[in-house]
Design a binder for this molecule. Structure first.
Ligand SMILES: C[S@@+](CC[C@H](N)C(=O)[O-])C[C@H]1O[C@@H](n2cnc3c(N)ncnc32)[C@H](O)[C@@H]1O
Length: 150
């Protein structure tokens, strides 16, 4: 299974869209706290709908806790600061794809703890994608490479 990890997400609708995507594509979700909202927030519920019941969500008190509990897996950071492209990388089953906070990405400590950093190439004028869109693009490639779509 491919794992999606969200670093301190702060926009409920984005996390909710990722929860729905994960329920539909059989991705496992990991939320590194603190989250900028509660999972019973009406904005979250409106987008996640009943898909939350179909998804597997694990929550961690902080990044240390997340790292310790998943120390046998590769953490692949998605960041606009990466030099390498996601579509040239070989993903493995059980990889953790880690996505940054909407307002601030991730701190340096997270960059250095990651096995690899990857980016989605963008047009010159663009700064970044919406985090939920990034999850859809990169998770699809990881699933395709590992034959999850058969
Ligand atoms: C809105 S962006 C955060 C922008 C933030 N200012 C930064 O410097 O990371 C939220 C998250 O989406 C992901 N993201 C957005 N665009 C991306 C891209 N082109 N390549 C890789 N990750 C991207 C990253 O995980 C990022 O931390």
């Amino acid at each position: 299974m491919i794992n999606i990890a969200l670093y301190k997400p702060d926009i409920p609708q984005n996390t909710a869209a990722i929860v729905r995507l994960s329920a539909c594509l059989n991705l496992r979700i990991h939320i590194i706290e603190p989250c900028g909202f509660n999972l019973d927030d009406s904005r979250f519920k409106r987008v996640a709908m009943d898909y939350v019941k179909l998804s597997e969500i694990t929550r961690y008190s902080d990044f240390e806790n997340f790292k310790n509990k998943n120390n046998k897996s590769r953490i692949i950071l998605l960041t606009t600061k990466a030099k390498k492209f996601y579509h040239e990388f070989k993903f493995k089953k059980n990889d953790f794809l880690l996505f940054g906070r909407e307002s601030a990405g991730v701190p340096e400590e997270v960059h250095t703890s990651s096995y690899e950093s990857l980016k989605v190439p963008l047009s010159k004028e663009a700064r970044s994608l919406n985090v939920a869109m990034t999850v859809a693009v990169v998770a699809s490639e990881a699933l395709r490479q590992n034959n999850f779509f058969k």
